[in-house]
Structure formats: C-alpha cells, structure tokens
Write a protein that binds this ligand. Structure first.
Ligand code: F6P
Length: 501
C-alpha cells in the first residue's frame, strides 16, 4: 500500500475508539462545515466516520495525487486510458470545459452529432411513430434507461421501451404490446459487435418487417451497414467516449426522443455545470473531491467491503443499477497503471435500491448486520406530485434512517440493540429536473475518475469482461452439439443440458 494510503490506516486506528455520535458531539459545527452546495445539489458528509484531522490527511492525499491536475488532464483530452491509448472526453459531449485542441475537436464532433440527432428526432416526431424500442446493453442501455425512467412524462411524444438482456423473454415482453407499423427501433452499440445487441437487433428488425424505421448509434459504420442500417439513420460514437460515460452522446438518442431536445440539452448543461465545478473549485470546496476522498476513506481507512446507494425517490430507482456499471466496471481493478499488483483494496461492492422499499428488505442488515456498509442517501426536496403526506413521510424516513444508522440505540436485550456508528453521505436535490440529474450523474462520474487517480488505476478500460465473452463464443457451437468444448465440468453440464433441455 502506498505511504499515503497507509497514513489513512493510522487515522482510522486513532479514531477506532470514537463512535460517530462521539465525533459529532465533540465537533457539532461539522454538521454545517462538512456540507457543500453546488447549485441545486447539496451534500452533507457530517455522518462519515472521519474527523477534521483525518480529513486533513485525505486532502493532503488529494494534493499529493494532484487531483486538480488529473481533472485538467481528463478535460483536455490527455490519454487517461493508457492501456487502450485513448482519451475519455465525455465532458466535451456536454460543454466547453477545456480549450485544448483535442477537447475542441471532440466538442465540434459532438455538436455535429447533436445537430443530426435533432434532425432525426424532428422527422420521427412528424411521423406516425408512437413507440421507440432501444436495443443496447451496459453503457448503451443503462444511462438512457435511467434518465428516461426518471424524467419522461406521461404526455411525452413517444413511449420508450428498452431491450438489453440476451434472454429472448426480454424482447418478447417488450414487443408483445407494440404495433410494428407505429414503432421505430434504435440499435445502440459502440462496437456493433456485442452479441446481445446484435441478436436482439435481429429480432426487432424481423419483427418490424420494414427497415426504414431502424436507426443505429455506433462507431463502427461498416458493421452497421452490414446489419442493414444506412448512414443517414446512423448516429456516431467515438473511441474517446467510454460506453459507461456515453449517455451524453448520441447514445442518449432515446433520452432526446423521450424528453424532447430542450430537456436533453438541460441534462447536458447540468453535467457541464458539474464539470466546471469539478475543474474550478478548490479541493476543500469541491464536491467531486469530497465524494472521492470519502469513498477511499471508507475503503482503505475503514476497510468497508460494500457501499450502498439509496435513492429516496421512485424516479431514481434505476440509479443503483446505473452506478453499479459506472463504478464497478471503472474501478474493479487489481493492478496499477503500470501493471504492477496493487497492495491497497480498490472498489467495494456497490448495490442498493429505492427507499422506502429497501427499508423493508435489506435495511435489517444495514442496521444490525456484522458488515458495516457505508451508504449514499439521495433525496429530492420538491415532490412533483400531489400527495404531500407521502412526500413528508418519504423525507422523514430518509432523515430517520441516516440518524438511526449513525446513532444506533442501546438496549438490554442484545436482539433489540442497534450498534449505530454506520456512516452515510446525504445528497439532496432541490428538485429532480434534467439539469439537476445531469449534475448528479456527472458528480458520480468525476468521483469515480478521482478515485481511480487516488488508487493509481485506469478507470476507462474493462478487460475483465472479455474472458467470459470469449468462453461463451467458444461454447456456443457445443450447445448445438457441435464439437467438444469447455473443461470437464462444463462438458458434464452440457451433457445435462442436452438430456434435459
Ligand atoms: O460489458 C462490457 C461492455 O463493453 C461495456 O463496457 C459496454 O458499455 C457494453 O459492453 C456494451 O458495448 P457496446 O456499446 O459496444 O455494445
């Protein structure tokens, strides 16, 4: 472990005897001092298990790792993904955060694509199409699915549907309720080589019976053409945008169709506002830096093996699934940038779900389980619905859970004892509109990147997902009874498949 990360251990040991309520009692001003506001987004870190001295060490780590410089390198389009020799210029998709030539060039291409997207959206709006099926997986699905689920209104011009899983039930369920004559489909795949998407795209192409309402988003135009979608209905992707960072690109075409172009632009502007904040704010005033340092503290100081994300808003119910890819595909690494093994632990398991539902499922373990799981609680102050009583109850539950997890409650009966001392961050949006949601998602993107810098790993490659894909393609013929493949266990399982399947 690096000396700086090892220094966190010393602070964690110093604080081991102090409970979270003790830390807060000893320093009540931290309730305010450990909070930040960036436009409509407020964050409070007072219920994290650090004190001001530990925070000093964390901010010293931020300086030692030059997080400010790292942020500039990202925005300028430097090669931040060295294993693939690529920049990661998702910020250029949503604003002018950098004047560097690579960023300006990317920005020009992004605006060009937006202009084309607007044209295709207008043409679709003028047609008889009522439903849009979006076909993609991972980064070509989770972002659009999250934003559409969060922000689409019932009076929207189009109804959006998503197919990702290679399980044919996914396609059948979506298509069952739709009329092919009034449906358009978008096949989204950066590589246009993803098995799930090509199979599902094939199902939808056949179901439509008419290729004229088939669209594509990809960086591989020849593969798209071979699939049967012409250039005029193909929107671009580029090597300099990672799949899980791509909802701001033409991958967001389903978002633009569901929300309309002005609200898609508001989403981009919200993200751009977070980019400017992450670039300009000093580390102590920088929400992305606080969030990243807190993650590293919980992982390397307190050795938390899991992190929960708990949106207290039904509209954000897909946020945990979205963040699982963003965070775990980016940070699930065990070697440093130079390929040497890491001594420090990297990403914990991220998981979660919407409150209050989850209170009635896994919160028992959060309160009394042996594993302490730090949590991000996310609330929205404005209800945007007519049920004020429900909203008050929702917010009361949100506050109650953060307080109960932190403070616990003593009891003679050990079964009724709450140990407390369970850390959380509270993120609050004034209201859930496109601008604020853009900010929130961009905050997590920047936190993930800064965590990667603190750990010295590459946040933008994902070689870990390749091996399983290769083995699956080797096994596919064997499922049809052709050839011998797999190890001795797999061959036994294949025999079982063929006798029972
Ligand atoms: O699961 C691996 C992955 O490469 C993700 O990173 C990506 O978002 C997803 O597959 C989909 O890839 P594509 O957009 O090329 O179909």
């Amino acid at each position: 472990m690096s000396a700086a990360l090892a220094g966190l251990d010393a602070h964690a040991r110093r604080l081991a005897g102090a409970s979270l309520p003790d830390l807060i009692d000893d320093d009540p001003r931290r309730a305010r001092d450990f909070s930040l506001r960036v436009g409509p987004l407020y964050a409070n870190f007072a219920r994290q298990r650090y004190d001001r001295l530990a925070l000093d060490a964390l901010f010293a780590l931020a300086d030692a790792r030059d997080l400010a410089g790292a942020m500039r390198r990202l925005l300028d389009g430097d090669i931040v993904n060295p294993t693939e020799g690529r920049a990661a210029l998702h910020t250029a998709l949503r604003g002018d955060a950098s004047d560097a030539p690579a960023a300006r060039d990317a920005r020009r291409q992004a605006l060009d694509a937006q202009w084309r997207m607007r044209g295709l959206a207008d043409a679709l709006a003028a047609s008889e199409v009522t439903d849009i099926v979006s076909i993609g997986i991972g980064g070509s699905d989770l972002g659009p699915r999250l934003i559409v689920d969060a922000l689409a209104t019932r009076d929207a011009r189009f109804r959006l549907h998503f197919i990702s899983n290679v399980d044919g039930n996914a396609a059948e369920r979506v298509l069952a309720g739709l009329d092919p004559a009034r449906t358009a489909a978008i096949v989204i795949s950066k590589t246009f080589g993803t098995q799930e998407t090509l199979l599902n795209g094939g199902i939808v192409r056949a179901w439509l019976g008419d290729d004229s309402r088939l669209y594509a988003v990809s960086s591989h135009l020849e593969r798209v053409a071979a699939f049967g979608i012409p250039p005029e209905r193909t929107l671009p992707m580029w090597d300099w945008v990672g799949g899980r960072y791509s909802l701001w690109s033409a991958v967001g075409f389903p978002i633009a169709l569901a929300l309309g172009m002005p609200r898609f632009e508001a989403l981009l502007e919200g993200a751009a506002a977070m980019d400017r904040h992450a670039r300009d704010a000093t580390p102590r005033d920088n929400l992305a830096v606080w969030h990243a340092l807190t993650a590293v503290w919980n992982r390397n100081g307190l050795h938390a093996a899991a992190q929960a994300v708990l949106p207290y808003d039904e509209r954000l119910r897909l946020l945990p699934a979205y963040l699982q890819q963003l965070v775990m595909e980016s940070l699930g690494k065990s070697v440093a940038l130079d390929g040497s093994p890491l001594a420090a632990q990297t990403v914990p398991v991220w998981w979660g779900g919407a409150g209050t539902d989850t209170q009635h499922s896994f919160f028992q373990a959060l309160h009394q389980g042996t594993q302490v799981v730090p949590a991000d609680f996310i609330g929205v102050l404005q209800a945007d619905h007519a049920h004020a009583g429900n909203h008050a109850a929702l917010l009361a539950n949100l506050l109650a859970q953060t307080e109960a997890l932190a403070n616990g409650q003593d009891a003679e009966d050990p079964h009724r004892r709450y140990p407390g001392d369970r850390p959380s961050t509270l993120l609050l949006l004034d209201r859930l509109d496109a601008h604020a949601l853009g900010m929130l998602v961009a905050l997590y993107e920047h936190s993930v990147y800064l965590q990667s810098v603190l750990w010295g790993i590459n946040a933008f490659d994902q070689f870990g997902v390749e091996l399983g894909k290769q083995v699956a393609s080797r096994l596919l013929p064997a499922l049809h009874g052709e050839g011998e493949a797999g190890d001795v266990v797999t061959r036994e399982l294949l025999r079982e498949f063929s006798t029972r399947g």
